[in-house]
Design a protein around this ligand. Structure first.
Ligand code: NAD
Length: 252
C-alpha cells in the first residue's frame, strides 16, 4: 500500500520482495494513480491492483474483501502511506490547524491500525507488517511539523500493535528511512537542503535509496526477521546516531 510511481519507497520494497520470490498485490489511491501502478505491478508479475483510500473505512473493507477472492491468506502487509496539507509542512508547527492535524493523524497514523484490523484476519499462519516513519518523530526537523508528531504516534502504535498481534505470531515493525526524493517528500519545505545535510553528515556520507529500504524491508517481512517486532529500524545511512555537524562537512 502506497505505491504511487517508480520513485516511491513502496516500489523499492516491492522490488526487493519480488526478487526474493514473493507474490504481490498492490493498492492505489484514486483513478489517476491506477495507470501508473498497473504497469509497475505487471513488471513484478502481479495483476492484483486494487483501489483503496485509507481515509474511508468502507474502502479499506472492500480492499480486503477483493483480496480474499484472490488469496486465502496473507503473509505480510506494507503500509507506505502518509499525507498532510503541504502548506503546513513549512513555517511553524505551532500554527498547525485542527483540521489538518486530524487529517494527518487519520491518514498517516490511524490507517495503519485500520489496515491491521483487516489484515490480521487473513494472517492465519502468522505474518508481518511494516510501516514507514522518519527521524522527525524523534528530533525536530525543519518543516516536518505535524508530520513529526504523526510519525511519533505511528511509532508508538507499532509497539501497541506488536503486543496485540504478537500472540498470533504477527510481527509489526517500522523502518525509519533517511530522506529520499519522492512525491510525498516534495511537499516538505527546503527538502533539498535536508537531503544535502544528511548526505554531508551521516556516517556513510550519502543518502539512502529505495533499494536500501527494500533490502531492510525484506529482512523485517521475511523469516530473516523472525525474532523482531515492535521495532523502529533506522535505514538512514546512520544519521540518527550523529551528535553534531561532521568536521569535514562542507558549509551549507
Ligand atoms: P510517495 O508519494 O511515493 O508515497 C506516498 C503514498 O501515500 C502515495 O502512494 C499516496 O497515494 C499514498 N496516500 C496518501 N494518502 C492516501 C490515502 N488517503 N489513501 C491511500 N493512500 C494514500 O512517497 P514516499 O516517500 O514513498 O512515502 C511513503 C512513506 O514513507 C510515507 O509514510 C512517508 O512519510 C514515509 N517516509 C518517506 C521518507 C522520504 O524522505 N521520502 C522518509 C521517511 C519516511
Amino acid at each position: 500500500m502506497g505505491l504511487a510511481n517508480d520513485k516511491s519507497i513502496a516500489w523499492g520494497i516491492a522490488r526487493a520482495l519480488a526478487d526474493a520470490g514473493a507474490q504481490l498485490a498492490f493498492s492505489y489511491q484514486g483513478d489517476a494513480l491506477k495507470k501508473r501502478v498497473d504497469p509497475l505491478a505487471a513488471q513484478l508479475g502481479s495483476d492484483i491492483v486494487l483501489p483503496c483510500d485509507v481515509a474511508d473505512s468502507a474502502s479499506i473493507d472492500s480492499l480486503f474483501e477483493s483480496l480474499k477472492t484472490r488469496w486465502d491468506s496473507l503473509d505480510f502487509v506494507v503500509h507506505a502511506i502518509g499525507f498532510s496539507d503541504k502548506s503546513e509542512l513549512r513555517g511553524r508547527y505551532v500554527d498547525t490547524s485542527r483540521d489538518n492535524f486530524m487529517m494527518t493523524m487519520d491518514i498517516s497514523v490511524y490507517s495503519f491500525t485500520a489496515v491491521m484490523q483487516r489484515a490480521e484476519k487473513m494472517m492465519t499462519n502468522g505474518g508481518a507488517a511494516l510501516t514507514m516513519t522518519y527521524y522527525g518523530a524523534e528530533r525536530i526537523m525543519p518543516h516536518y511539523n505535524v508530520m513529526g508528531v504523526a510519525k511519533a504516534a505511528l511509532e508508538s502504535s507499532v509497539r501497541y500493535l506488536a503486543e496485540d498481534l504478537g500472540k498470533d505470531g504477527i510481527r509489526v515493525n517500522a523502518i525509519s528511512a533517511g530522506p529520499i526524493k519522492t512525491l510525498a517528500a516534495s511537499g516538505i519545505g527546503d527538502f533539498r537542503y535536508i537531503m544535502k545535510w544528511n548526505e554531508y553528515n551521516s556516517p556513510l556520507r550519502r543518502n539512502v535509496t529505495i533499494d536500501d529500504v527494500g533490502k531492510s524491508a525484506l529482512y523485517l517481512l521475511s523469516d530473516l526477521g523472525s525474532g523482531v517486532t515492535g521495532e523502529t529500524h533506522h535505514v538512514d545511512a546512520g544519521y540518527h546516531v550523529v551528535g553534531m555537524k561532521a568536521v569535514d562537512a562542507p558549509d551549507m
